[in-house]
Structures are given as structure tokens and as C-alpha cells.
Write a protein that binds this ligand. Structure first.
Ligand SMILES: *Cc1c(COP(=O)(O)O)cnc(C)c1O
Length: 362
């Protein structure tokens, strides 16, 4: 179902949600499951909410094939809070941890962890302007974990393979690529993702943690920061983001109804391929500077050959029903985020606009 009245939304985040999910939330807003209240107005400890919460977790486990030895948490604080909190939980005082630095978000992950762990850069592509992901990672076998950012949302790079980390637990910030393709969860120690790109509304963060990592830290810490406590209490140590959890659950059902991650992954591959072909295709009118093997399937930054046309491009694209194409302020240019909920139809509309614009101004 696509609503022809709604424009195509290429926002990097908070980002587009599936129209079916929004429509269901709308239908259920005044009376959820016959409770006479919305999902936001009932106790998180009541039967209805607990059932929904459990079902959402089970649906996610099925979609991603999450092994039983992993805990799933629905917490708050965004990915940013967990940059710090994961260091508090996965490293003991005095430990060192390895980081792969591929852009804005991985740099921030290092910075926020620094008060809690000795950080060490195991690979960096900064000298290349973050235009690719590294081919070699120098993992310290004594590191508490190896952290990386599979998809750098701002720079538009993506790992298309999972890095080798030996016995060192691999930790991934999947905020902008979770659920975008099939994934072997067993390769990871911990996966986490802010919800507002591929899952649901902001204010919810999803964590998938191998349970043997929960007892690592000897650090004194309030319960609210301790992952082990959140696991014991099924993410209900305090009031969870009930609305976010509910919308995440609807999105998991939507992905399953599409055919699961194989289908979604194939769609994402085809969408990205078509868009990069357009960028590379119109005689140098557009360009993307990322190494072809490192190009993101989720966030596609591109530039116009003549930057003086940027404002016009944004004005005209917005009038044509193509929203939020302005690039991140740190990089300028354009960026089209094409998460799961952006169908090929939206990508085709963008490509057609780009072709017309290049013809008119080339
Ligand atoms: C958006 C994003 C974040 C920040 O998420 P918050 O929920 O705002 O803290 C972190 N990492 C990546 C890769 C992102 O795309």
C-alpha cells in the first residue's frame, strides 16, 4: 500500500516508517486491543502490554534468527547513551577496547567511551576522508571488545562483510542498517541500534547482547546503567518507551509480511544499485566519491557538478514531492536515505527527477 498523496521522504533520521505501520497505529490509537485506551495510556506491567512486548521480541528473534544465548533489550537513551554505557558494561576498569573509526558516528563512539575504557584505534580511514571502510583491522587480542559502525549514516560508507575479530567480542552500532539484510547474529558480542532509522520512532534503542558478556564489569554502577539488571527485568526496570516498543513490534510484523530479511535485503540491494547507477550515469552531472566496494545501501550522499545549483535542486525536488534530500551540514551536497520503508517506487521517482534536472541544467 502506498499513498500517492504523501511525498517520498528521504530523511536520514528520524526517518520514513512503512505506511501500513502508521495506518495501523492510527486505527488503534483511540482503542488499542479493546482496552478503550491507546497503547501509551496503559500500564507497562498489564497483561496487554506485556503480551505485546513479548511478541515483539519473539518476532525480532525470528526475523533475525537471534540465538537463545542472546538477550534482547528495548531501552532508552539512543545509540549515543550506549556509546558510553556499553563501555561501562563490557569493559572492567583498566581494560582497553578496540575501535574501528570510519566516520562521524564511530568517532563519537570512541569519545563517549573514553571516560570508561582505554580506547585504541584498530583501524581508521580518516586519512582517506572516510571514503571507504578499512580492508585491514589490527585487533588487539587482549581488547575487551572491538567496536565498529557497519553503516556510517553521514559519510555513506558500509561494510559489506563482517570483520574478523577472533575471540574478541564484536560490538556493532547498527543504528542505520539493522534489519536491512540477513545477518549472522552469532558473529557478534553485541548489536545495538537507535530505532529512528529502520525500526520506529526515536527514543527507543534496541540491544542484542550475548549473555556471557553481561557479568564482565567489576565497576560500581547504578542499576539503571547495568545491562544485566535490564535483562533480569525484561527491559522493565523502569517504564519503557511503550509507544516506541509498540511501533517497533508493528514494524517487525511488517518486515515479516514483506517476506523477511531475504526479501528486504534484495530490495535494498536493487534500490541502491539503481540510485548509484543514476548518480554515476548522467555524464558527471552528479557524483558520489565513496569507494564502490564501500558504498552504503542505506544512505547515499551525492554532489552536483555545480554546487551553485544546490538550492534550486532542493527547491525543485521538494516541489516534486521528494523530501529531505539536503546533505548533512558537515559534508554539504545531497543525501538520499533509502531505508527499508522507502520502496523502489520512491527511488525511481528520485531517479526520474535527477534525470530531468540534469537535462534541464546540464
Ligand atoms: C543516528 C545514529 C546515531 C545516533 O543515534 P541517537 O539515537 O540520536 O543517539 C548513532 N549511530 C549511528 C550509526 C546513527 O546513524
Amino acid at each position: 500500500m502506498t499513498d500517492p498523496v504523501r511525498p517520498w521522504n528521504f530523511s536520514a533520521g528520524p526517518a520514513v516508517l512503512a505506511p501500513e505501520v502508521l495506518a495501523q497505529a492510527q486505527r488503534e490509537l483511540l482503542d488499542w486491543r479493546g482496552t478503550g485506551a491507546s497503547v501509551m495510556e496503559v500500564s507497562h506491567r498489564g497483561r496487554d502490554f506485556m503480551d505485546m512486548a513479548e511478541e515483539a521480541e519473539q518476532d525480532l528473534r525470528t526475523l533475525m534468527g537471534i540465538p537463545d544465548r542472546y538477550a534482547v533489550l528495548f531501552l532508552q537513551g539512543g545509540a549515543t547513551q550506549h556509546f558510553a554505557q556499553l563501555a561501562m558494561n563490557l569493559a572492567a576498569p583498566g581494560d582497553s577496547a578496540d575501535y574501528v573509526v570510519t566516520g562521524h558516528w564511530s568517532q563519537k563512539a570512541v569519545r563517549e567511551a573514553e571516560p570508561y575504557v582505554r580506547t585504541r584505534v584498530a583501524a581508521s580511514t580518516e586519512a582517506d576522508g572516510f571514503r571507504r571502510v578499512p580492508s585491514v583491522i589490527d585487533v588487539d587480542p587482549g581488547a575487551a571488545y572491538l567496536h565498529y559502525t557497519p553503516n556510517e549514516t553521514i559519510h555513506g560508507t558500509e561494510f559489506h562483510r563482517i570483520p574478523e575479530s577472533g575471540d574478541v567480542p564484536l560490538v556493532a552500532d547498527m543504528s542505520s542498517d539493522i534489519l536491512s539484510r540477513p545477518l549472522d547474529v552469532s558473529r557478534f558480542g553485541m548489536i545495538y541500534a537507535g530505532a529512528q532509522k529502520n525500526i520506529g520512532p526515536s527514543g527507543l534503542v534496541l540491544l542484542i547482547i550475548r549473555e556471557d558478556l553481561l557479568q564482565r564489569t567489576g565497576r560500581p554502577m547504578a542499576d539503571i546503567f547495568r545491562y544485566a539488571r535490564h535483562v533480569e527485568r525484561d527491559s522493565m526496570l523502569n517504564t519503557p518507551n511503550t509507544w516506541g516498543w509498540y511501533l517497533a513490534g508493528l514494524t517487525f510484523k511488517w518486515i515479516a509480511a514483506q517476506g523477511g530479511l531475504d526479501v528486504i535485503g534484495e530490495r535494498n540491494r536493487a534500490k541502491a544499485e539503481a540510485l548509484y547507477a543514476a548518480i554515476d550515469g548522467y555524464g558527471g552531472f552528479y557524483r558520489n566519491d565513496i569507494d564502490p566496494d564501500s558504498r552504503s545501501r542505506m544512505n547515499v550522499p551525492f554532489r552536483l557538478h555545480d554546487e551553485a545549483l544546490n538550492t534550486l535542486f532542493l527547491e525543485e525536488s521538494s516541489q516534486a514531492g521528494l523530501l529531505a534530500l539536503k546533505g548533512h551540514r558537515a559534508l554539504g551536497g545531497m543525501r538520499a536515505s533509502i531505508y527499508n520503508a522507502m520502496p523502489m517506487e520512491g527511488v525511481k521517482a528520485l531517479i526520474q527527477f535527477m534525470r530531468d534536472f540534469a537535462q534541464r541544467h546540464g
